[in-house]
Design a protein. Structure first.
Length: 355
């Protein structure tokens, strides 16, 4: 097939815009020969269970799914009774970017909390759970955090442990949306289990697609006792792949080794290069009206003068984050190149050069 797009084009709109990492694509091809049992009864999904037990502990059970929304819906649905509710930050992906799937597909009440940095604290949990036993209220029984967060911030392992301890003491469970968990692991320089299993996370939505896969995520029941009916809910929620070997093979390519970390380190490093280049121009007075937020992972949040974002979009794909104050988000991917970053820095400089 002849490509229908410019294969040299790369932008900063989302790490979902990038293609498939060559090693992941090779893994799909390697899994393609002959026949294998469908619906997860294949050698690749069996091997994935072993790999993820090594990553998350001997009790962990993985359920590959197609996408992050599916992973979150299936996870949360398995953790709650019908009267249960989920506590999450207002900025959480389950609240802002999943088309109301948790509410409309899973029938889950979301109780959202305003935060400055996208992170929950034990004190937030205390405020929500006060008076919980009132029958007129949906019962907050799960806490959901995102690592790394939608605002590009990170929870430390100690912060997650504090949340888990407070949640468990209140009879609640802890879910982690880990669509960008590899970026968090790279930034924290910690093994995955250090800020999941060892920190008290019960169920994890494990990301793959944003880090070089095609359509590959997984629900990981780190504590199987915290989830009920996953084998049925995955099918019920239309997340059961018939040819699951091709989903599992992608996750194997990422997590049976260090590809997940190498990809994440690169995207984090490219974001750091972008921040550094912009801050250097801000500090030396080269540009005016530009500010850049600090951050440890692959998202860069910047504020630009009026009209600049629209002019930059003539050359680069990216989205507004808060258009009312000129804030944009630039995302770096596993295949973002230094020259891509330098071209964006140069374009910003040209559009905002100080008089």
């Amino acid at each position: 097939m002849t490509p229908l797009h410019d294969t040299t084009e790369r932008g900063f709109a989302s790490d979902n815009y990038s293609g498939i990492h060559p090693d992941v694509l090779a893994a799909i091809a390697a899994a393609n020969g002959g026949h294998q049992s469908a619906y997860g009864y294949d050698a690749y999904t069996e091997r994935l269970q072993e790999v993820l037990r090594d990553r998350f502990g001997e009790r962990a059970v993985a359920f590959p799914v197609f996408n992050g929304t599916g992973a979150n819906v299936v996870s949360l649905q398995s953790m709650l009774p019908r009267w249960g509710a989920v506590v999450a930050p207002e900025t959480a992906h389950i609240n802002t970017d999943e088309g109301a799937a948790p509410e409309r597909v899973a029938g889950i009440k979301l109780i959202t909390v305003p935060t400055d940095d996208g992170k929950l604290t034990p004190e937030h949990i205390d405020r929500i759970t006060a008076g919980r036993l009132d029958e007129h209220n949906a019962q907050p029984l799960v806490v959901s955090i995102t690592q790394s967060t939608e605002l590009g911030t990170l929870y430390s392992a100690d912060e997650i442990r504090a949340i888990a301890d407070r949640a468990h003491a209140a009879g609640m469970k802890l879910h982690m949306d880990g669509s960008r968990i590899a970026n968090a692991a790279a930034a924290l320089e910690l093994p995955l289990r250090a800020f999941t299993t060892d920190a008290g996370v019960d169920v994890l939505s494990l990301g793959g697609t944003k880090n070089g896969a095609l359509a590959a995520e997984a629900v990981v029941a780190i504590d199987p006792d915290a989830a009920d009916g996953l084998i049925y809910l995955r099918k019920f929620d239309m997340q059961l792949a018939s040819k699951m070997r091709f989903v599992s093979a992608q996750l194997l390519a990422l997590y049976d080794g260090d590809l997940f970390l190498r990809n994440a380190r690169h995207s984090n490093d490219m974001a750091a290069r972008l921040r550094s280049g912009l801050n250097r121009m801000i500090d030396d007075g080269t540009v005016a009206g530009v500010s850049v937020a600090d951050g440890p992972v692959n998202g860069v949040f910047a504020t630009l003068p009026d009209g600049v974002a629209d002019r930059l979009r003539d050359r680069f794909h990216f989205y507004d984050w808060d258009a009312s104050r000129g804030e944009v988000r630039w995302m770096c991917s596993f295949d973002t190149a230094e020259e891509d970053v330098d071209a964006l820095i140069a374009a910003v400089a040209a559009e905002t050069r100080a008089p």
